[in-house]
Design a binder for this molecule. Sequence first.
Ligand code: NAG
Length: 284
Amino acid sequence: MNMHVISRPISISSFRVLLVILLQLATTSDSSLDSFIYVGCSQISYAPGTAFESNVNSILSSILNSAAVSNYNNFKISNPGAGAGDTVYGLFQCRGDLSTSDCHDCVSNGVTRLGASCVGSTGGALQFDGCYLRYDNASFLGVEDKTVASDKCGPIGDESDLLTRRDSVLDFLKSGGQFFRVSGSGKIQGLAQCVQDLSVDECQDCLSEAIQRLRSECGSSAWGDMFLGKCYARYSERGYTSKHENGDDVEKTLAIFIGLVAAVAILIVFLSFFSKLFDSKGGK
Ligand SMILES: *[C@@H]1O[C@H](CO)[C@@H](O)[C@H](O)[C@H]1NC(C)=O
């Protein structure tokens, strides 16, 4: 009987550990969409309780509502009673491969984060992995912007053909005519995205700049990120596409999940077999 009492807490605690691993596996792919890239706020402040503040709030809620049904939208808001100088402009852009619900989740987290980071600022911009948001009291809609917002290069890669693959990935990204593009060569994946208020030509021009900067600044790095005002290009060995678009990842996660469930089942059978064995020995 004693052995039985001892063996049960062991099986329960192992089960808990595995449950935690399972829960983490189930949540990691989604949380990467709101991985933080950057946030920036205008240095100029507006007074609280003004018509300007209510326009900012209207912009943020319009962005949030619109993201429930679309991947991109822009707004110009001047509530009744507000002066001409109180007009606020805003937009959001989700990464081209996101489902509407992933886009909405990302924008929803973004609105919360941007609102909290830029309290009282006349303008602010935020970039997550999966979405971009911006508002300002100066119109920036339809205006190309190639200023660097965030650039990062990884450590030097160790693959011998890294440079060749990286260059062919970047060449493909530069050759398209779409607002969102992906490409891959071996383990290297690349991704490019423009904000859709640009024309196709402006998008192309912005991406050319981002890609040329990636090549010159990130040398032979294993990964690189180049976020400009209205477009970005990235490459990496780990890839970017979301789990809903990537069948392989879903299958891999599912296979690991089933494997772990089987391992837990075997462990339980094993432990209960031993506890019975000890029970019967104790009984004799
Ligand atoms: C934006 O708001 C600030 C502060 O009220 C003001 O000084 C500035 O002129 C405004 N800019 C525009 C383009 O309206």
